[in-house]
Design a protein around this ligand. Structure first.
Ligand SMILES: Cc1cc2nc3c(=O)[nH]c(=O)nc-3n(C[C@H](O)[C@H](O)[C@H](O)COP(=O)(O)O)c2cc1C
Length: 213
């Protein structure tokens, strides 16, 4: 049995969302293909409130200086530790988001700020290079964008602009998660007349990928 941790970031779950629908299509097919696996889903845009703020920075520096935490800092740290423990114990990760301004939503960045912690998910080598601690895990990134970035159906390859996927892939690899793939549903805002075709193709691909993930 594998533990699958799903991190969605979407502030509005009431309307149709192509990223969340892509995610749901993937997860339904995944569960069907892997009935014994345990899937945990969080939407960090509505569930998680541990930004890298003054409290988080005070904890960071006090931990390095081996100074005691205040009571509010202790509470904050205990809350964060639960999210971190859950991240470390997962076998597979699914990240689901719309692209916002060429990047992931801020709450997903906050989530990575939380889990990117020495010595739990990475360490520094004596030469000062980051080295991943997580082993034998895999990840998939499911992202929706209004424009075309990944050279679909004759559009130019603008993947260098997709800093969202580059970031997710890079930060995971620094933590040791190098078994990584991505699926994009893109261009529906740019070509609304093709939106349905684009989405259907991406949802079909999601069902296929879920079987072997
Ligand atoms: C604040 C905001 C910023 C956006 N930035 C981009 C962007 O940089 N590039 C892009 O292609 N689409 C951008 N979009 C469009 C969304 O990525 C696109 O509509 C996506 O399909 C939304 O996914 P959803 O249906 O899951 O909400 C942006 C949308 C919003 C609301």
């Amino acid at each position: 049995m594998s533990k699958v941790l799903v991190i969605e970031a979407h502030p509005d779950t009431d309307k149709f969302s192509s990223s969340l629908t892509l995610g749901k299509t993937f997860l339904d097919a995944y569960q069907e293909a892997h009935p014994d696996d345990e899937i945990t889903v969080h939407n960090v845009s509505v569930e998680m409130n541990y930004p890298l703020n003054a409290t988080a920075l005070a904890i960071y520096h006090k931990t390095i200086d081996r100074k005691p935490l205040s009571e509010p800092e202790q509470l904050f740290e205990e809350g964060r530790q639960k999210w971190l423990d859950e991240f470390i114990s997962a076998d597979k990760y699914v990240f689901i988001n719309p692209m916002y301004n060429l990047f992931i939503p801020a709450e997903m960045k906050s989530y990575f700020d939380l889990v990117m912690q020495v010595p739990y998910t990475f360490v520094y080598t004596p030469e000062g290079n980051p080295q991943g601690v997580l082993k034998h895990k895999k990840a998939i990134h499911l992202q929706s964008a209004g424009g075309f970035y990944h050279g679909e159906s004759g559009h130019p390859d603008l993947s260098f602009l997709d800093m969202a996927d580059t970031y997710v892939k890079t930060i995971l690899s620094v933590m040791g998660v190098t078994d990584y793939q991505a699926l994009f549903v893109e261009g529906m805002d740019h070509e609304p007349e093709h939106a349905e075709t684009i989405e259907t193709a991406a949802f079909d691909k999601a069902e296929e990928l879920a079987k072997t993930f």
